[in-house]
Design a protein around this ligand. Structure first.
Ligand SMILES: NC(=O)c1ccc[n+]([C@@H]2O[C@H](COP(=O)([O-])OP(=O)(O)OC[C@H]3O[C@@H](n4cnc5c(N)ncnc54)[C@H](OP(=O)(O)O)[C@@H]3O)[C@@H](O)[C@H]2O)c1
Length: 339
């Protein structure tokens, strides 16, 4: 059988012949149908993820959708390196498999689950969103940010502000229902002022960016906040703009600000898996927020280095998958997002 195989950290995987998986007593073999490429997958394959791990060779791919020998469509969550999902067949602990609701396209599920789960877990488990609350999404034009706008509304947010760089992406999140947008365009003072005008009374910030945009958002919000004792729950989810930011100590004293994070280490595996099952059950009711770029797994090496248009996601389909005629158009030379 064939798989994508990384032989040197940071190098793209090669499509090559590998031995069939041999399942342990508690494992089953799953025939993979779709596995998405996103910042975490790239990060594992470069050895740069905070959970560590640099074993080689590695098969990349963190999650995906496949079929069991009994013909059941299943979601495979959280395969850590070196045993990833970008292979024709993989061995997975039986208990880890999650049923995919009837009628869903495996490729669409593979595209949606990582971005949607980032928002689902952050909003429900970390921010504990309550009906009617106001949410600011920083980095709303990417896959995770678009899902965050959609899920915040779906979970009952009363007001959603979407902030990002890409004007087309900001139009897209407005179509998804965002009440207001903030363009990350202009001088620091201009951007902070717009954040203050649009989101001063936010209850929750879902932050996919960190670095300068997060600093400007916090500055703008805290300057204009009407009630400084109204709790601001800032949930750090991604660092697409950069890994560090300056957090003036006064910001944590002048207002009631709670800073937390949402990632692989911030909730237990049991809670994470329960949240993923809930999200899978919710998927049929949600409009897809991601534009899918379907690429045969055989083309993994060439597609790996390409980034795609804002809000699009590469999904690799093993042998037999249909190639997306628009795939090469959607691939571009932009820098992929930081994990
Ligand atoms: N903790 C978790 O559970 C979790 C789960 C999923 C993702 N994440 C993280 O969340 C982040 C976004 O993931 P994604 O799947 O949405 O990636 P993506 O689809 O590639 O989108 C990347 C986003 O980051 C924005 N961006 C990149 N550089 C920027 C900069 N310098 N300033 C402002 N915006 C910038 C892009 O803006 P443009 O649209 O203008 O290009 C886009 O909105 C990544 O850091 C990822 O690792 C975390």
């Amino acid at each position: 059988m064939y798989a994508a195989v990384v032989h040197a950290l940071g190098e793209p995987p090669r499509y090559e012949s590998v031995p069939e998986p041999v399942p342990a007593a508690d494992e089953v073999v799953v025939e993979m149908l779709a596995a998405a490429l996103y910042p975490l997958v790239r990060s594992f394959a470069s050895g740069g993820h905070y959970t560590g791990g640099d074993a080689l060779p590695l098969v990349p791919g963190f999650d995906g959708v496949g079929r069991t020998a009994e013909g059941k469509l299943v979601y495979v969550p959280g395969m850590e390196p070196p045993h990833g999902t970008m292979a024709e067949r993989i061995a997975v602990p039986r208990a880890a498999l999650m049923p995919v609701p009837e009628g869903l396209d495996p490729v669409a599920v593979a595209a949606a689950m990582n971005p949607a789960s980032s928002a689902w877990i952050a909003l429900r488990e970390r921010a504990r969103l309550r009906t009617g609350e106001s949410v600011l999404v920083l980095g709303a034009t990417g896959n995770a940010g678009r899902a965050a706008v959609q899920l915040a509304l779906d979970l009952g947010a009363g007001h959603v502000v979407a902030a990002g760089r890409d004007p087309h992406g900001l139009e897209a999140v407005t179509r998804l229902g965002a009440h207001r947008t903030v363009a990350l365009d202009g001088s620091d003072e201009e951007i902070a002022t717009v954040f203050g005008a649009a989101a001063a009374d936010a209850d929750i910030v879902l932050d996919y960016l960190w670095d300068r945009p997060a600093q400007l958002a916090a500055d703008g919000i805290l300057r204009r906040r009407a009630d400084l004792t109204r709790t601001l729950r800032w949930v750090q989810v991604g660092s697409a703009a950069g890994p560090d930011m300056t957090l003036p100590s006064a910001w944590l004293r002048k207002a009631d600000v709670l800073v937390s994070g949402s990632g692989l280490g911030s909730i237990s595996l049991a809670r994470r898996n329960a949240a993923l099952r809930e999200l899978l059950a919710r998927l049929p009711a949600l409009t897809p927020a991601t534009e899918i770029v379907r690429v045969p797994l055989a083309d993994v090496e060439g597609a790996w280095e390409s980034a795609v248009r804002s809000g699009s996601r590469i999904v690799f389909v093993p042998a037999g998958g249909d190639e997306d005629p628009g795939a090469s158009e959607a691939l571009s030379d932009r820098e992929p997002a930081r994990p």
